[in-house]
Write a protein that binds this ligand. Structure first.
Ligand SMILES: *Cc1c(COP(=O)(O)O)cnc(C)c1O
Length: 217
Protein backbone atom coordinates (compact mmCIF):
# COMPACT_ATOMS: atom_id res chain seq x y z
CA UNK A 1 0.00 0.00 0.00
CA UNK A 2 1.05 3.62 -0.16
CA UNK A 3 0.45 7.02 1.34
CA UNK A 4 -1.85 8.18 -1.44
CA UNK A 5 -3.91 5.02 -1.22
CA UNK A 6 -4.41 5.44 2.53
CA UNK A 7 -5.29 9.13 2.05
CA UNK A 8 -7.88 8.12 -0.56
CA UNK A 9 -9.39 5.49 1.75
CA UNK A 10 -9.65 8.04 4.57
CA UNK A 11 -11.33 10.54 2.24
CA UNK A 12 -13.81 7.89 1.17
CA UNK A 13 -14.52 6.89 4.79
CA UNK A 14 -15.08 10.56 5.70
CA UNK A 15 -17.56 10.89 2.87
CA UNK A 16 -19.40 7.68 3.75
CA UNK A 17 -19.74 8.88 7.35
CA UNK A 18 -20.97 12.33 6.21
CA UNK A 19 -17.94 13.94 7.73
CA UNK A 20 -16.22 17.03 6.35
CA UNK A 21 -13.31 16.37 3.99
CA UNK A 22 -10.07 16.71 5.93
CA UNK A 23 -11.68 16.23 9.34
CA UNK A 24 -9.44 13.23 10.01
CA UNK A 25 -5.71 13.69 10.42
CA UNK A 26 -3.44 10.91 9.23
CA UNK A 27 -0.53 10.18 11.54
CA UNK A 28 2.05 8.17 9.59
CA UNK A 29 3.56 5.88 12.22
CA UNK A 30 7.25 5.71 11.36
CA UNK A 31 8.55 3.74 14.37
CA UNK A 32 11.23 1.16 13.47
CA UNK A 33 11.03 2.10 9.77
CA UNK A 34 14.29 2.78 7.92
CA UNK A 35 15.02 6.43 7.16
CA UNK A 36 14.72 6.01 3.40
CA UNK A 37 11.09 4.91 3.74
CA UNK A 38 10.35 7.84 6.04
CA UNK A 39 12.04 10.25 3.68
CA UNK A 40 10.01 8.94 0.74
CA UNK A 41 6.83 9.86 2.61
CA UNK A 42 8.24 13.29 3.50
CA UNK A 43 9.04 13.83 -0.16
CA UNK A 44 5.43 13.13 -1.04
CA UNK A 45 4.57 16.13 1.12
CA UNK A 46 3.29 14.38 4.24
CA UNK A 47 4.19 16.20 7.45
CA UNK A 48 2.52 14.41 10.38
CA UNK A 49 4.27 11.42 11.91
CA UNK A 50 4.00 9.19 14.97
CA UNK A 51 6.71 7.52 17.04
CA UNK A 52 6.59 5.15 19.99
CA UNK A 53 9.83 5.90 21.77
CA UNK A 54 11.45 9.14 22.86
CA UNK A 55 14.96 7.84 22.20
CA UNK A 56 14.24 6.63 18.69
CA UNK A 57 12.48 9.87 17.78
CA UNK A 58 15.34 11.94 19.20
CA UNK A 59 17.77 10.14 16.92
CA UNK A 60 15.75 10.59 13.78
CA UNK A 61 13.54 13.68 13.76
CA UNK A 62 15.75 16.71 14.49
CA UNK A 63 17.52 16.25 11.13
CA UNK A 64 14.27 15.66 9.22
CA UNK A 65 12.77 18.74 10.88
CA UNK A 66 15.74 20.76 9.66
CA UNK A 67 15.35 19.44 6.13
CA UNK A 68 11.56 19.62 5.77
CA UNK A 69 9.42 22.56 6.82
CA UNK A 70 6.35 22.02 8.99
CA UNK A 71 7.03 18.52 10.27
CA UNK A 72 5.03 17.47 13.33
CA UNK A 73 5.81 14.38 15.36
CA UNK A 74 3.43 12.83 17.88
CA UNK A 75 4.42 10.44 20.68
CA UNK A 76 2.16 7.39 20.71
CA UNK A 77 3.99 5.08 23.13
CA UNK A 78 4.26 5.07 26.93
CA UNK A 79 6.17 7.95 28.51
CA UNK A 80 8.35 7.68 31.63
CA UNK A 81 8.41 10.80 33.78
CA UNK A 82 12.21 11.01 33.55
CA UNK A 83 11.87 11.45 29.76
CA UNK A 84 9.00 13.94 29.97
CA UNK A 85 11.11 17.05 29.46
CA UNK A 86 12.79 15.63 26.37
CA UNK A 87 9.40 14.51 25.05
CA UNK A 88 7.94 17.98 25.51
CA UNK A 89 10.75 19.44 23.48
CA UNK A 90 10.51 16.86 20.67
CA UNK A 91 6.80 16.22 20.18
CA UNK A 92 3.90 18.44 19.17
CA UNK A 93 1.44 16.02 20.78
CA UNK A 94 1.53 13.17 23.29
CA UNK A 95 -1.16 10.48 22.96
CA UNK A 96 -0.19 8.42 26.00
CA UNK A 97 -1.05 10.48 29.07
CA UNK A 98 -2.15 7.68 31.38
CA UNK A 99 -1.55 8.49 35.05
CA UNK A 100 -1.66 11.29 37.64
CA UNK A 101 2.09 11.30 38.25
CA UNK A 102 2.77 11.98 34.57
CA UNK A 103 0.06 14.65 34.46
CA UNK A 104 1.67 16.47 37.40
CA UNK A 105 5.12 16.25 35.83
CA UNK A 106 3.87 17.60 32.50
CA UNK A 107 2.07 20.44 34.26
CA UNK A 108 5.20 21.42 36.17
CA UNK A 109 7.35 21.29 33.02
CA UNK A 110 4.75 23.26 31.04
CA UNK A 111 5.11 26.09 33.57
CA UNK A 112 8.86 25.94 33.33
CA UNK A 113 9.13 25.66 29.53
CA UNK A 114 6.24 27.99 28.74
CA UNK A 115 4.64 25.53 26.34
CA UNK A 116 3.00 22.13 26.34
CA UNK A 117 2.29 19.65 23.55
CA UNK A 118 -1.33 18.81 22.79
CA UNK A 119 -2.34 15.90 25.01
CA UNK A 120 -4.52 12.84 24.56
CA UNK A 121 -5.46 10.67 27.50
CA UNK A 122 -4.96 6.98 26.76
CA UNK A 123 -7.90 4.84 27.86
CA UNK A 124 -7.48 1.10 28.37
CA UNK A 125 -10.90 0.33 26.87
CA UNK A 126 -10.30 -3.43 26.95
CA UNK A 127 -9.19 -3.29 30.60
CA UNK A 128 -6.15 -5.38 29.67
CA UNK A 129 -3.67 -5.74 32.54
CA UNK A 130 -0.59 -5.54 30.30
CA UNK A 131 -1.75 -2.39 28.52
CA UNK A 132 -1.31 1.17 29.69
CA UNK A 133 -4.14 3.65 29.91
CA UNK A 134 -6.68 4.71 32.50
CA UNK A 135 -9.66 2.44 32.99
CA UNK A 136 -12.95 3.61 31.46
CA UNK A 137 -14.48 4.00 34.94
CA UNK A 138 -11.60 6.25 36.04
CA UNK A 139 -11.46 8.44 32.95
CA UNK A 140 -13.93 11.18 33.95
CA UNK A 141 -12.09 11.92 37.17
CA UNK A 142 -8.70 11.82 35.43
CA UNK A 143 -9.90 14.27 32.77
CA UNK A 144 -11.05 16.58 35.57
CA UNK A 145 -7.71 16.22 37.34
CA UNK A 146 -5.82 17.12 34.15
CA UNK A 147 -8.05 20.12 33.54
CA UNK A 148 -7.45 21.33 37.08
CA UNK A 149 -3.73 21.25 36.24
CA UNK A 150 -4.45 23.43 33.15
CA UNK A 151 -3.15 20.75 30.79
CA UNK A 152 -4.24 21.11 27.14
CA UNK A 153 -6.31 17.93 26.80
CA UNK A 154 -7.42 17.52 23.18
CA UNK A 155 -9.10 14.16 23.53
CA UNK A 156 -8.79 10.45 24.16
CA UNK A 157 -6.77 7.63 22.63
CA UNK A 158 -7.21 3.85 22.64
CA UNK A 159 -5.59 0.68 21.33
CA UNK A 160 -8.30 -2.02 21.19
CA UNK A 161 -7.48 -5.61 22.21
CA UNK A 162 -6.19 -7.52 19.18
CA UNK A 163 -8.78 -10.28 19.45
CA UNK A 164 -11.89 -8.12 19.76
CA UNK A 165 -14.07 -6.12 17.41
CA UNK A 166 -12.38 -2.72 17.32
CA UNK A 167 -15.63 -0.85 16.65
CA UNK A 168 -16.93 -1.64 20.14
CA UNK A 169 -13.86 0.03 21.61
CA UNK A 170 -14.03 3.01 19.25
CA UNK A 171 -17.67 3.55 20.19
CA UNK A 172 -16.87 3.30 23.91
CA UNK A 173 -14.03 5.83 23.55
CA UNK A 174 -16.38 8.15 21.64
CA UNK A 175 -18.96 7.98 24.42
CA UNK A 176 -16.44 8.74 27.14
CA UNK A 177 -15.09 11.67 25.11
CA UNK A 178 -18.55 13.06 24.49
CA UNK A 179 -19.61 13.07 28.12
CA UNK A 180 -16.38 14.90 28.94
CA UNK A 181 -16.81 17.49 26.15
CA UNK A 182 -13.69 16.30 24.37
CA UNK A 183 -13.60 16.35 20.57
CA UNK A 184 -10.28 14.63 19.82
CA UNK A 185 -10.35 10.89 19.19
CA UNK A 186 -7.05 9.17 18.42
CA UNK A 187 -8.07 5.73 17.23
CA UNK A 188 -7.70 3.40 14.28
CA UNK A 189 -4.57 1.71 12.90
CA UNK A 190 -3.68 -0.06 9.63
CA UNK A 191 -6.27 -2.79 9.99
CA UNK A 192 -9.22 -0.77 11.23
CA UNK A 193 -8.85 2.96 10.48
CA UNK A 194 -11.96 3.12 8.30
CA UNK A 195 -14.09 1.82 11.18
CA UNK A 196 -12.50 4.45 13.40
CA UNK A 197 -13.34 7.21 10.91
CA UNK A 198 -16.95 5.98 10.85
CA UNK A 199 -17.04 6.30 14.65
CA UNK A 200 -15.61 9.80 14.83
CA UNK A 201 -11.81 9.47 14.86
CA UNK A 202 -10.05 12.82 14.47
CA UNK A 203 -6.60 11.20 14.31
CA UNK A 204 -5.85 7.79 12.80
CA UNK A 205 -2.45 6.21 13.42
CA UNK A 206 -1.36 4.18 10.41
CA UNK A 207 2.05 2.54 10.17
CA UNK A 208 2.56 -0.67 8.23
CA UNK A 209 -0.14 0.07 5.63
CA UNK A 210 1.90 3.10 4.55
CA UNK A 211 5.50 2.02 5.11
CA UNK A 212 5.33 -1.75 4.84
CA UNK A 213 5.92 -4.28 7.62
CA UNK A 214 8.26 -3.32 10.47
CA UNK A 215 11.49 -5.30 10.64
CA UNK A 216 12.36 -5.84 14.31
CA UNK A 217 15.25 -8.23 13.60
C1 LIG B 1 2.61 0.86 16.00
C2 LIG B 1 1.44 1.66 16.41
C3 LIG B 1 0.47 2.07 15.46
C4 LIG B 1 0.52 1.69 14.00
O1 LIG B 1 0.28 0.34 13.83
P1 LIG B 1 0.04 -0.30 12.35
O2 LIG B 1 -0.69 -1.55 12.64
O3 LIG B 1 1.40 -0.51 11.78
O4 LIG B 1 -0.75 0.67 11.59
C5 LIG B 1 -0.57 2.86 15.91
N1 LIG B 1 -0.68 3.23 17.20
C6 LIG B 1 0.22 2.85 18.14
C7 LIG B 1 0.03 3.29 19.54
C8 LIG B 1 1.28 2.05 17.77
O5 LIG B 1 2.15 1.66 18.71
Amino acid sequence: MSLSEIQARIAKAEKTANRAPGSVQLIAVSKVQPNDRVEAVLQQGHRLFGENKVQEAAGKWPAFKQAYRGVQVHLLGPLQTNKARQAMELFQAIHSLDRPKLAKTLARLAQELGHCPTLFIQVNTGEEPQKSGVLPADTDSFVAECRALDLPIAGLMCIPPVDQEASLHFALLGNIAKRNDLVGLSMGMSSDFEKAVALGATHVRVGSAIFGARDYS
